[in-house]
Each structure stands twice: as C-alpha cells, then as structure tokens.
Design a protein around this ligand. Structure first.
Ligand SMILES: *Cc1c(COP(=O)(O)O)cnc(C)c1O
Ligand SMILES: [Zn+2]
Length: 409
C-alpha cells in the first residue's frame, strides 16, 4: 500500500510496520497511521472524489485499507442548512452534519467500524470484539454479521435497552459487564492481550480512528470545497474531535483545499467532562472521573485521546463547553422542534453546547458553523420519559374530537 508508510508513536515518534498493534513498546504512547502525503497528493483530486461512491469510501485514498470489505454505504450523510435553529441562535450559516441517519446502525460509529473491520479482514482475523458505550457495539455487531465474523461485544450492564436490542438483533455474544465503560475497557484490554481477536477500539484502534476523518472530508466537500469557520463535536474518548482536526489538516496537505482556519469546539456532558474540566483548569493532563449522566454514549471517564483533544482546541483556537442532563434534553427537543431531526443524548449535548457558545458570542453571525449530530434519538427514547407533551385520548366521534381537541387550539 504505497499511500501508507506505517504506524508511528504519537509521543516518541518511533515507527512500526502496519500490524494490529496500538501502543509503543518503548514509551506506551498510542500509535497512529502515517501516510505518504506526497504520493497521495499525486493521486487524489476533487474530481476523482466526486466521481467516487456515495459513501465514505470516496475518501479511500486517505484511509488505511486496500479496499472496502464491509460498510459499503456508510458515510456521505446529509449536510443540512439549519435555517430555523440558526435564526434562534443568531447564526446565518449554521449546518447540521447528520450522522443520525448513517448506515446501517444510525450513528457515526458506522464510519470507524467500516474501516476497522475492513482492516481486520485484511489482517485475517475471524473474530471481532469491542468495548462500547452502545453505538460501537451496534455497529460492530452489524458489520460482523455482514462479514460472517464471530463477534463479542462488551458493554456496561446499565445501558439503554434500545441500544442493547440494537446489538442483540445481530446475534453477537453480548457481554454486559457490571461496571462503568472504563471498567469494561480495562477488562477488554486484558482479554485482547490473551486472545487473537480484533478489538476494533483496542488493537485495531489506529485504523478504527482514521474513519472519523471522513466527517471532516465530507463537510468540506459538501460546503463546496471550503472548510467551515467553526465546528462543534461531542467527545467521549476524544478520538472524533482529534480526527476531525487531522482530516482538515490532511485536506490542505494533499491540496484539496488551499487553507483552513477552522476552530474546533468540544462538547461534553457535565456529568462526565474530564476533557472540558482539564481545559477549564488549564491542565494538559486528564483526571479520570466516574460518569454520572444520561449521555451514556459519551460517558467515558478516562478518555484515551483526551490529551490530544485538548491540543486540538488549543491549536485551532477552539474551546470546550459542557451541558447538564436537563440542558441535554432541551437540546434534543430544540433540534427536533426546529429542524425535524431526532438525535440521541450525544446530539443533545452538541446542540446544548452550540447554544451556549452562540449565546456567549463564540461565533460571528455570518460564520459557517457546523454541528456534528453523531447519533439517533430512536436509540435513547427512554430519556424522554416525562419530558414531552402527552397524547390526547379521544373517542372515535366527531363530537369528542371537537370537545377535546378543537376547543383547545
Ligand atoms: C462514540 C460516540 C461519540 C464520541 O466518540 P469519541 O471518538 O470516543 O470521542 C460521539 N457521539 C456518539 C453518538 C458516539 O456514539
Ligand atoms: Zn513511543
């Protein structure tokens, strides 16, 4: 693969061949895919991308796999101009990148998993696994079913029931661990050391993480080959935020756009905000927390890429903001009522944070601002119990309709 040079330690720079490994043997730093950007620049063009498949695979020149093996229709989700929400927030050019309709499992995780499992198949694995807050498990289970691979997903036992069914339906082994996501992840790291399984977010993590870059690539293309002025994205492990920035920088490196001055804003739920807290306190290290929030999909108390996510907001002149559980519900409702998009708690966090940032003047009115909606509300419906209008029951008669409904509108 001429486009990929190898893996490189983010801390000490030591290089490794392309293998299912994720930490540096010398300093325990995380490994990252290293590309030959000169080679890619020669071989990539706007035209070639525009003529490619209507999926994230139109960006295969900047992904670490030979060819797609699963997830043929993941990515290339709508970028919608949000006129109504923009009016309320005082933003003339607000856009929603809508991964709530990503294929096939309705979250941005279908991007990272398409890349990770394609790579796992290239490596010759016959078993996939993951530690998940819900969406990753859904996506790994789905793609493994499609590829006829054995699959084990590990989740915290207290997940939303819709997310558990969303894995079980694909018939993997679902292991519900009595503990937090961070407990699940630690257990999975131990298992990954003993068994020859493709843990997509552990030993395959360097390849998995690259899939998130496509959320940057697509937005730039969909804006007419122009980088936004600001983006707002939720953070769990901090990988998504980190890779949106990497993707934007790569587009400049390979000549797809001339320049980029995008500010990256990170969103966390107040009940699990170790990255935002580090930022507020001016720390460059993360103090792990014990999650306590309804935003379970982004409830990671010890975020693997937290430090790098902090560097991104620093380098890009961005910021971090948090939302309470109450504000997250309001965010879900605000997006639904203004734009007709039903997102889950992570998207509610993004909208709540977008609103706070707009209110405190983080954006100029005419700036192009993109909010990343990363998951679908039909998967976390139970959080809306007692937060919505009630249905109005009537008898099947015109008189009852007039009395109970028309008399009140
Ligand atoms: C996993 C997830 C995220 C954040 O992912 P990280 O890359 O770990 O920061 C955001 N939104 C949703 C809906 C997710 O499932
Ligand atoms: Zn190292």
């Amino acid at each position: 693969m001429a486009k990929v040079l190898g893996l490189k330690c983010r801390e000490c720079g030591r290089e490794y061949p392309i293998e299912p490994i994720h930490v540096c043997e010398f300093c325990f730093g995380p490994l990252e895919v290293k590309y030959d950007y000169d080679y890619i620049k020669e071989n990539i063009s706007r035209k070639k991308i525009e003529e490619g498949p209507k999926s994230l695979w139109r960006y295969i020149d900047l992904l670490p796999v030979e060819e797609p093996r699963v997830g043929y229709s993941a990515g290339f989700t709508p970028l919608r101009k949000a006129e109504n929400l923009g009016k309320i927030l005082g933003l003339d050019n607000l856009y929603i990148k809508d991964d709530s309709v990503n294929h096939p499992t309705l979250s941005f995780k279908d991007r990272v998993v398409s890349v990770a499992i394609s790579k796992a198949i290239e490596f010759g694995f016959d078993t996939t696994a993951c530690a998940s807050t819900g969406n990753l498990a859904n996506s790994v289970a789905s793609h493994s079913a499609q590829a006829r691979l054995n699959c084990f997903v590990f989740i915290p036992a207290n997940l939303e029931s819709q997310k558990i069914y969303g894995s079980l339906v694909f018939a993997p082994t679902v292991v519900a661990v009595e503990g937090t996501y961070d407990d699940v992840n630690r257990l999975c790291s131990e298992i990954a050391n003993e068994l020859n399984w493709a843990f997509v977010n552990i030993n395959i993590r360097p390849f998995y993480a690259e899939g998130s870059k496509t959320l940057a690539f697509e937005v730039v293309e969909q804006l007419g080959w122009r980088a936004p002025d600001a983006v707002v994205a939720p953070a769990a492990s901090g990988s998504l935020v980190t890779k949106i920035w990497k993707g934007l920088k790569e587009m400049v490196k390979v000549g797809l756009i001339e320049d980029m001055k995008t500010r990256v804003y990170g969103a966390q739920a107040l009940g699990c905000s170790p990255i935002a807290q580090a930022w507020k306190e001016g720390r460059d290290f993360i103090k792990p927390v014990r999650p306590n929030t309804i935003a379970k999909s982004i409830a990671i108390g010890n975020p693997a890429d937290g430090v790098y996510a902090l560097q991104v907001t620093k380098e890009s002149n961005g910021d971090w903001e948090t939302a309470t559980d109450e504000e997250i519900i309001e965010g879900i409702k605000l997006l639904a009522e203004t734009e007709g998009i039903f997102t889950e708690t992570a998207g509610g966090t993004t909208i709540a944070v977008l609103k706070k940032l707009a209110q405190r003047g983080a954006f100029r009115r005419d700036e192009v601002v993109v909010a990343y909606i990363t998951g679908n509300g039909y998967k976390t419906m139970e959080v809306l119990d007692n937060h919505l209008r009630s249905t109005i029951h009537i008898k099947p008669t015109l008189a009852d309709f007039k009395e109970k409904i028309l008399a009140h509108v």
